[in-house]
Structures are given as C-alpha cells and as structure tokens.
Ligand binder design. Structure first.
Ligand code: FES
Length: 491
C-alpha cells in the first residue's frame, strides 16, 4: 500500500484496517509506504505545512506496525525514483512495481495531485484501489478532472481500452502496426498485432508500454513469433503480384492467415537442386491463386520455428483451396510443423478493442454530452493541426475529423463499403476528398458523397464550428435554431 501526503498517518491506519477486511488474514502484513516531505514546505498552495508535529504523530501511529517505510521527499521526487526503488524480500530483489492500494491527499495543487494520479493509476493491481480524498480543495478541480475521466472511462473497461488504444497509436510512427481480430475465430486468443520494426528495441518498448496499461494487466500473450525478412536461397522468377521478400508491406486485404512453419531435418540433407525442383512446384501452385499474397519471414535461431508464413487475402475459401493443393505437393512431406494457424480479420484498432467486451471504447468517449445547440466539443485545434486527421466519437458514432489547410471537416468514420476507418485514409487537399485505406473508395469531405471506388452509399457529413481552440460538431440533420423576426413579416 502506498500513501502520499501522509501527515499524521491516520489514513494509513484506516487503510490497513480496510486491507485486513478485504484480504482477511494475509500471510504477511502488507507493506505500507508513506511519503511526505518533512522539513520543507510540501507543495505549492498546500492547505497546511507539514512539520515535526505531523511527523512525530505519524511515527507514533505506525510505530507498532512492522512493515512500514517512510520517505521524506516530495511526490515528484518519489515518483521519479520509483523505478529505481527495490525491496529485498526473502533474499530476492523485487522492484516496487505495483500497489494494492494507493491513497492520495487531494488537498494540494491540482496539477501535482493529477500528476500523482496519472503516474500511479497504472501501478494499481487489477482489483486494487486508487483513492483520492479532500478533492474539494482548489475549487474542486481534482474532483472535476476525476469526474471527467470517469465519464470518459464509462465504467466497465471503456477507459482502459482507450488508454490501451492510445498507447498503440503513440507507437505508430516507430513501427508498422496492424491490428487483426480473432474473437469468434480462435478459442485461445482474441487479437493479433502484426508489428514490423527496424530493430528489436522498438518491439520491447511497445510491449513494455502495453504491459503498463490497465488493460495490459488483464492480457496474456499465448503466442509471440519473431522473424526477419531475408532473400530466399531458392531461385524464383519474379511475380508482380507478390511483394519483395526484403520489405514487409501489409496489404489492405480483409484477412491474414498466419502460422509458424518448420521443415524436417531430412529436407536439409537433400541436394539443393532437388529442393529447388520441389520449391518450383510449390511456387507453381501458389501462383494459381493470385488473390492470395504471401509474406515469408525467417526465424532460424531467433525463435522456435524456422519461418513465419503470413498469407493475405479477401476470401478464406481461396486460401483453403490453396492449402489443400499444397498438401499434395512433394515439399509438403518434409513439413515438420505448420500449426497453430490463425485466421485473422483486419479491423480498426478501436473496433478490435470493442470485440473484447465491456463498455465500448466508442460509447465511453461519446458520453461527452451535446450542448443545447446540438453541438458537441470533440477536439481542440492543438490535437488537429493542419494536414492532420483523427477519429473522435460523438453521440456513440465514430467521426473522422480532417484539418485541410486550416478548415476542419467531419464525416462518419466508417466507410460504407466494408467499414474501414476513413480517418486513416489519404486526404487530397486540392479536391477536398479522402481515399479509403482499404479499397480506394473516395469520399467528399464537404458532403460525404462517393466520388469514386467501390462504395455506393455516402457517409454522413457533420457540421463543424470552432469556438476559440475547440472543435465542435453537430449531426448533419440538426438545424441551427431559427431566429424568427418579430413582428412576423406579412406573407
Ligand atoms: S472499405 Fe472498401 S472502399 Fe472503403
């Protein structure tokens, strides 16, 4: 348990009683860490001065408690040092990573309290508590911020999904990331995240950040496959439909079929020309199915399998036929392992997170109430600089915002063809259109009309207005209140 802003230790004792009630007879008394900056003015604007009287009272209150550590430092310094603090428990060095209960004194400068909340919320174990008291100080600003965060979270996990999704989005510039859903398809995992990076450090950094999210604490990683691109040792005539083997560029295909693959050792004993003949047959069969695109990557020595094979296509039946035919090829008899197989559905990150159940990420964000004039604040210009686009939510709908040379446009985010996320599409500022990232449907940003490609139905266009730095949108069907002149003009 961690308490910041301890003063005389009364709250710590109270929390110990709560822990004793919740956990009944714990094997060992929980560790209690208290933090307060004895001897200096604690926080700018604090409602009290922490001095020797408080310190003495705290020491007396917790004196008989055997598992208590007090840090005399302000919270900013403590939080900075937290990653470097270790405990020795039964001869083992353990980092101070997670707490069952975090108790914060809310009667300080709201920015400091909010910093404490943000730094510590991901360190509370699943099912644990973060409690902030005295939130009415400073005009109740901390309480207002907590209320807003709770509304955004919506309960039931919506906020956790948003945090998880935003963490993935933050890495979008460092790695190529493709989310694929597996809910309803496989029983042992819910989604696949295809990550393409130039170095291993980026993969480590992403997974570390995801582990630190609230949702990350509930996830397991049943499968993880590592592989690299390299030139094949076999000679294949170039096929324009197949990608370069040295660069991974996922296509916009609806499905991804992935499995680890290992050859038998006798395969490697065969003379190279004999293997080349079998590989030629393999390739000949593959080319009978041009709708299926193949990515082969190599894992020798890096991971348990020898290859990771990822096929992309829009039709699972084509892939099924291809694999059945490949089973009859000669090379197939030298396959040692080609399972498990993952049939993955490409979808936007937010749709994928909503397949996990709980409150919808979209619903959670859309709890922001619309105003009396029908407009809903959805973003600030700082979030949407010229040339940028982003997805927001209003009244439960995903909306794509675009800043085209300083003018903001809003249209429904789901492409009417196959529901791709239009906020991820390419914008042509000259024509004021967006091209859908999946099959090149083209939509007008001004009207939502289809201007090209496979979609046949338009998307809704929203009205947009700015109030200072705030972007507000209203549904297309909403009308400005009509101001009727008085006296009424004669017909
Ligand atoms: S999803 Fe096919 S054009 Fe948009």
């Amino acid at each position: 348990m961690l308490e910041i802003g301890t003063r005389s230790g009364g709250s710590a004792l109270l929390m110990l009683r709560v822990l004793a009630d919740v956990y009944r007879r714990p094997a060992r008394p929980p560790l209690v860490i208290t933090v307060d900056p004895y001897g200096s003015r604690p926080y700018e604007g604090a409602s009290y001065r922490y001095d020797e009287t408080h310190y003495g009272a705290m020491k007396r209150a917790l004196a008989r408690y055997p598992n208590h550590i007090h840090y005399m430092m302000d919270s900013a310094l403590f939080l900075r040092e937290l990653d470097r603090l270790y405990l020795w428990i039964e001869g083992v060095e353990r980092p101070l990573e997670r707490f069952t209960l975090v108790y914060l004194d809310g009667s300080h400068d709201p920015d400091i309290v909010w910093h404490e909340i943000e730094q510590l919320r991901s360190r509370v174990v699943p099912g644990g508590f973060l409690i902030v008291d005295d939130t009415d100080w400073f005009g109740g600003e901390v309480r207002h911020r907590l209320d807003a965060a709770a509304a955004r979270g919506g309960g039931g996990g919506g906020g956790s999904k948003i945090e998880f999704g935003e963490t993935i989005e933050r890495f979008a510039g460092h790695l190529l990331l493709r989310p694929y859903g597996l809910v309803g398809i496989r029983g042992d995992c819910d989604f696949l995240l295809w990550q393409v990076a130039e170095d291993l450090d980026s993969l480590v950094a992403l997974q570390t950040a995801l582990n630190r999210t609230d949702l990350g604490a509930y996830l397991t990683l049943p499968y993880s496959y590592l592989a690299m691109t390299r030139r094949s040792i076999y000679e294949f005539p170039e096929a324009s439909s197949q990608p370069s083997r040295l660069v991974i560029r996922p296509s916009d295909a609806r499905y991804l079929f992935v499995y680890p693959f290992t050859k038998t050792r006798p395969w490697y004993m065969l003379p190279r020309p004999e293997r080349q003949v079998m590989m030629d047959e393999h390739v000949r069969i593959g080319r009978k199915y041009p709708s299926i695109r193949l990515n082969t990557t190599y894992s020798y020595g890096l991971d348990d399998q020898e290859f990771i094979v990822a096929f992309e296509g829009d039709n699972p039946a084509d892939f099924l036929d291809l694999v059945m035919e490949l089973r009859e090829s000669k090379a197939s008899s030298y396959t040692l392992r080609d399972t498990p197989t993952f049939t993955c559905v490409q979808m936007s990150l937010w749709d994928l997170l909503d397949t996990l159940g709980g409150a919808g990420a979209a619903q959670a964000i859309s709890r922001r109430p619309a105003r009396a004039d029908g407009y809903t604040p959805v973003a600030t210009l700082a979030d949407l600089p010229p040339g940028a686009s982003r997805r927001v939510y209003a009244a439960g709908e995903a909306v794509a915002l675009f800043n085209v040379n300083g003018t903001v446009y809003a249209i429904a985010n789901r492409c009417t063809h196959a529901r791709a996320s239009l906020s991820e599409g390419a914008v042509d500022p000259e024509r004021c259109v967006v091209t859908c990232p999946w099959h090149e449907g083209v939509f007008s940003l001004e009207t939502g009309q289809v201007l090209g490609g496979p979609p046949s139905l338009p998307v809704a266009a929203y009205r947009v207005k700015l109030e200072g730095d705030t972007v507000l949108i209203a549904p297309a069907e909403a009308r400005e209140p009509t101001v009727v002149p008085f006296p009424l003009p004669r017909p």
